[in-house]
Ligand binder design. Structure first.
Ligand code: PBG
Length: 324
C-alpha cells in the first residue's frame, strides 16, 4: 500500500523509540513530599499506603536514601501536636519548632539535598485554615501575610533552600520576597502555589496531618476548579511579585492548566501530584485492577508532557528505585 507517511516506522524498535522520544522522566525531575512528627516513632498513614509520618531521625534517613537515588529535593509537611495549634498559629515561626529542627538536621546530614518548606498556617491553626480566621469566620488576607512572612523567615534561618507558599492569600509572594531580602536571605527561592484549586483530591493529606478546616471550606481562597483564565492571572501576578517557580496543583485533572502556564511563562513550572491522585493509583493497584508501577510512571510522564519541569509526588522514591 502506498501511504503518504507511515508513523509506525518510528515505533518499530526500542532503539528508534528511544531516539524519537519527546519527553523524559528521571528522578532528577522529582520532589519528594515527606510528613514529619515529634517523637521517636513513625506512624503509617492509613489513607496513603506506603507513606509515613516520620520522626526527625528517620526523616533524615529516608530523605538521604531518596537523595542518593537521584531525587534532588524534598518538601516538608509537619503534624503539629494539637496543644500547639492556636488561632494565631504562633508555633509556625518558633525557631525551635519541628520544621526548623528538621531542616537543620537534614542540611547537616545531606548538604546537597534541596529542602523546600510549605508556607501556610493550616497545620498550626486551630481553625484548620491556611489563613487566620476572624471571629465571624472570614479568612483574613493581609493579617495572614504578616504571619506567613515570619514563618518563611524562620524556615530561611534554619537553612531552607526554597519556601513554597501554599496558602493562596493575595500578595503573599511580594511580601515574602521583601521579607526574605530584607533579612539578607536573597538566595532563598520562592516556589509559589500559583494555581492551587479548591480540590477534593487533598482529602488523604488533611487526614494525615489532621489539618482539615474545622468550619467552612477553602473556596474563598483556593481556586474554583472551573477556571483556567484565572490561573493565567495568578501566574502573571506571581511572576511580577518575584516568584522563582510557579506551581499547579493538583496535577492529573489539571493538565490543561499546566500546559497553559508553560506557554504563558518563561519561569519553571512545577506540578503537584497530590494525595488523592496517589491514593487512587494505590487503591486500584491494591485491588489488582491496575499495574501500579506502570500507572505510576505513565501518570508522571503525562504531567511532564503537559509541560511540568518538576513534579511533587509521593512516588518519588519508588520511581528513583525503579530507575536505579
Ligand atoms: C495546605 C496544603 C495542602 C496540601 C499541600 N499543602 C492541603 C490543603 O490545601 O488543604 C495538599 C497536598 C496533598 O493533598 O497531597 N496548605
Amino acid at each position: 500500500m502506498n501511504l503518504p507517511h507511515r508513523p509506525r516506522r518510528n515505533r518499530q524498535s526500542a532503539a528508534i523509540r528511544d531516539l524519537v522520544r519527546e519527553t523524559e522522566l528521571t528522578p532528577g525531575h522529582l520532589i519528594y513530599p515527606l510528613f514529619l512528627q515529634e517523637g521517636e516513632a513513625n506512624t503509617p498513614i492509613e489513607a496513603m499506603p506506603g507513606c509515613q509520618r516520620w520522626c526527625v531521625p528517620d526523616l533524615v534517613k529516608e530523605a538521604g536514601e531518596a537523595h542518593a537515588l537521584g531525587v534532588p529535593a524534598i518538601v516538608l509537611f509537619p503534624r503539629i501536636p494539637d496543644e500547639l495549634k492556636t488561632r494565631g498559629a504562633e508555633a509556625c515561626h518558633d525557631d525551635d519548632g519541628l520544621v526548623p529542627r528538621a531542616i537543620r538536621a537534614l542540611k547537616a546530614a545531606h548538604p546537597t539535598l534541596t529542602v523546600i518548606t510549605d508556607v501556610a498556617l493550616d497545620p498550626y491553626n486551630s481553625d484548620g485554615h491556611d489563613g487566620l480566621v476572624s471571629d465571624d469566620g472570614r479568612i483574613l488576607n493581609d493579617e495572614t501575610i504578616e504571619v506567613l512572612c515570619r514563618q518563611a523567615l524562620c524556615h530561611a534561618r534554619a537553612g531552607a533552600d526554597i519556601v513554597a507558599p501554599s496558602d493562596m492569600m493575595d500578595g503573599r509572594v511580594a511580601a515574602l520576597r521583601a521579607a526574605l531580602d530584607g533579612a539578607g536571605h536573597t538566595g532563598v527561592s520562592i516556589m509559589s502555589y500559583t494555581a492551587k484549586y479548591a480540590s477534593a483530591y487533598y482529602g488523604p493529606f488533611r487526614g494525615a496531618l489532621d489539618s482539615a478546616p474545622k468550619a467552612g471550606d477553602k473556596k474563598t481562597y483556593q481556586m474554583d476548579p472551573a477556571n483556567a483564565r484565572e490561573a493565567l492571572r495568578e501566574a502573571a501576578l506571581d511572576e511580577a511579585e518575584g516568584a522563582d517557580i510557579l506551581m499547579v496543583k493538583p496535577a492529573g485533572a489539571y493538565l490543561d492548566i499546566i500546559a497553559k502556564l508553560r506557554a504563558a511563562s518563561t519561569l519553571p513550572i512545577a506540578a503537584y501530584q497530590v494525595s488523592g491522585e496517589y491514593l487512587m493509583i494505590k487503591a486500584a493497584a491494591a485491588s489488582g485492577w491496575l499495574d501500579e508501577e506502570k500507572i505510576m510512571l505513565e501518570s508522571l510522564l503525562g504531567i511532564r508532557r503537559a509541560g511540568a519541569d518538576m513534579i511533587l509526588t509521593y512516588f518519588a522514591r519508588r520511581v528513583a528505585e525503579k530507575m536505579a
